[in-house]
Design a protein around this ligand. Structure first.
Ligand code: 5CA
Ligand code: ZN
Length: 409
C-alpha cells in the first residue's frame, strides 16, 4: 500500500548542533528492564498499525508518536531506519463494524486508512518504508503458515488451522505472564479459549475457514482468511528478517499479539528472538476508561484538526506524557500545549537567546533515556523563558524541536 509523505527533517550536524547523543535505551517488555538498543548501520523497526475502522483517535496517535521518537533519535544517531508498519485491513472487528454500518468492509478500510495517513502527515510522523495491508500480504502469510504446517506445527479443528503453544519453547517470554494470567487477556483480546476441541485453550488461530457472508482467499488449507498474529509475524520477518531491533505497539498488544507473533516467527524459522526489544506504549484513556473503538469514548485527531486545532499543539499535548504511562485525556491538556507552543514560537523570534548546544545535549539525553519527552520539553521551556546573548540560538532551537520532537515552530 501507499505510505504517507515524509516531513522534512533538518540535519542538526549542518546547524552547529552535531551529536551524537547517547545510545537510545528503551524499556523492553520481555526482560522488564531498560536496555540499550544497539542497531547496526540500519536500525530495523516494526510497529503494529491500525485496524482501520475508527481512525485516528488520540490513543493511536500517542502510540505512533512514541515510535516516531525512536525513529528520530536513531536517525539523529546516524542510523538509517528501516521502518515497517501493517494495517489490519481484514479482521473480525473491521468486518463487524462494516456490517453494522452497512458499508463494504473494503471501502471502510480504505477510507479509514486514508484518514490515518492524513492525520499522520499533519502530526509530522515519519512514514514507514513499507506500509503493508493484511490483504495484500495474504500470499506471504499463506507461505508462512505452509512452513509451519509442513514442520508439523499446526493442527486442524473443523476446517480452521491452529498453532499449538507447545510449538515454540519460548512461548511466554515476551509478556512474562503465567498461563493463568494469559487466559483472561486472551479471551478479551480476540482469542477463543473456550472453543471445544482445542488442545490448549491458548492455542492461536492461524487460518480461519471462510464463514458465510465473509471474505475468503484460496489457500492450500482451504478458502479462508488469516488469523491476526500470523499477519504481523509474516509481514515483519519477510520485510525485516528475524532479530530486528524494535517491535512496537500499545501495551494491549504485549499479550497475546506480540507473544504469538514472536512464537509463530520463532517456530517457523528456528531462530530467536523475533525482535531484540519489545516496546509498549501506555494507554490513553477518557473518562476513566481506555480510549477504544468498542467503548466509543474517542477523541479524533481529524475532528480536532477540523475544529481548527494546530496539529503541533496536539503533538505537544501527547508528548507531554511519558510514553509508558497510562493517562487520561482532558481538554486542558490541549490548552496547555497550545500555550506552550505559543511561548516557544515567540521565543524563537527573539534576536538572541541562551546557547542552543546545552539544550540539544539535554534533549538528546532525555530522549535517549527511554524516550523521556516530558524532560525534553522542560529543557525547552527553560530555554524559552531565559534571556541569553546567542544570535544563532533561536534558529538552531527551531531545527532542534523539528528534528528530534517533530514540532515545527
Ligand atoms: N491492527 C492491530 C495491530 S496489528 C491493532 O491493534 N489495531 S488498533 O487500531 O486497535 O490499534 C492500533 C495501535 O494503537 C496499537 O498499537 C494499539 O495498542 C494502540 N492503541 C489502541 N488504543 C490505544 C489507547 N487508548 N492508547 C494508546 N494506544 C492505543
Ligand atoms: Zn500487529
Amino acid at each position: 500500500m501507499r505510505s504517507w509523505s515524509a516531513p522534512r527533517v533538518p540535519r542538526l550536524s549542518d546547524l552547529g548542533l552535531a551529536g551524537p547523543g547517547p545510545a537510545l535505551r528503551l524499556y523492553d517488555s520481555a526482560t522488564r528492564a531498560v536496555k540499550a538498543t544497539a542497531p547496526g548501520p540500519t536500525a530495523r523497526m516494526y510497529v503494529c498499525g491500525i485496524t482501520p475502522y475508527d481512525a485516528t483517535h488520540l490513543g493511536h496517535a500517542s502510540t505512533y508518536l512514541a515510535f516516531d521518537l525512536v525513529n528520530r533519535v536513531w536517525r539523529d544517531l546516524g542510523h538509517d531506519v528501516h521502518y515497517v508498519q501493517n494495517a489490519t485491513d481484514v479482521d473480525d472487528p473491521l468486518l463487524e463494524r462494516a456490517r453494522a454500518i452497512g458499508v463494504d468492509w473494503r471501502d471502510l478500510a480504505e477510507r479509514e486508512i486514508e484518514l490515518f495517513r492524513t492525520d499522520m502527515e499533519a502530526l509530522r510522523v515519519l512514514p514507514p518504508d513499507q506500509y503493508v495491508g493484511a490483504v495484500e500480504a495474504i500470499p506471504m502469510i499463506i507461505e508462512m503458515i505452509a512452513e509451519l504446517k509442513s514442520a508439523g506445527l499446526t493442527y486442524e479443528l473443523d476446517g480452521d488451522l491452529y498453532f499449538p503453544v507447545t510449538a515454540d519453547p519460548r512461548f511466554g517470554e515476551v509478556s512474562g505472564l503465567s498461563a493463568a494470567e494469559m487466559l483472561p487477556l486472551f479471551a478479551e483480546r480476540g482469542g477463543d479459549p473456550a472453543r471445544p476441541g482445542k488442545k490448549d485453550p491458548l492455542d492461536a488461530l492461524l487460518w480461519l475457514a471462510r464463514r458465510p457472508g465473509e471474505p475468503g482467499w484460496e489457500s492450500p488449507f482451504g478458502v479462508g482468511r488469516p488469523g491476526w498474529h500470523i499477519e504481523c509475524s509474516a509481514i515483519s520477518i519477510r520485510h525485516l528478517g528475524m532479530g530486528f531491533d524494535v517491535e512496537g505497539g500499545g501495551s494491549d498488544l504485549t499479550f497475546p499479539h506480540h507473544e504469538f507473533s514472536a512464537s509463530h516467527a520463532q517456530a517457523a524459522t528456528g531462530e530467536a528472538p523475533h525482535a531484540k526489544t519489545y516496546v509498549h506504549a501506555g494507554m490513553v484513556g477518557l473518562d476513566g476508561e481506555k480510549m477504544s473503538k468498542s467503548r466509543g469514548n474517542l477523541v479524533f485527531v481529524s475532528k480536532l484538526r477540523a475544529a481548527g486545532t494546530d496539529p503541533m499543539a496536539i503533538r505537544l499535548a501527547l508528548l507531554a506524557h511519558h510514553y509508558r504511562t497510562d493517562w487520561e485525556w482532558t481538554a486542558p491538556h490541549l490548552d496547555e500545549a497550545a500555550a506552550r507552543l505559543a511561548r516557544w514560537r515567540a521565543a524563537v523570534t527573539r534576536p538572541t537567546a541562551p546557547p542552543a548546544a546545552p539544550v540539544a545535549a539535554e534533549v538528546r539525553a532525555a530522549l535517549a533515556a527511554d524516550l523521556d519527552a516530558p524532560t525534553a520539553l522542560a529543557a525547552l521551556d527553560r530555554w524559552s523563558t531565559t534571556e541569553g546573548p546567542d544570535p544563532s540560538s533561536p534558529t538552531q532551537i527551531q531545527s532542534l524541536t523539528d528534528t528530534l520532537l517533530g514540532i515545527t515552530l
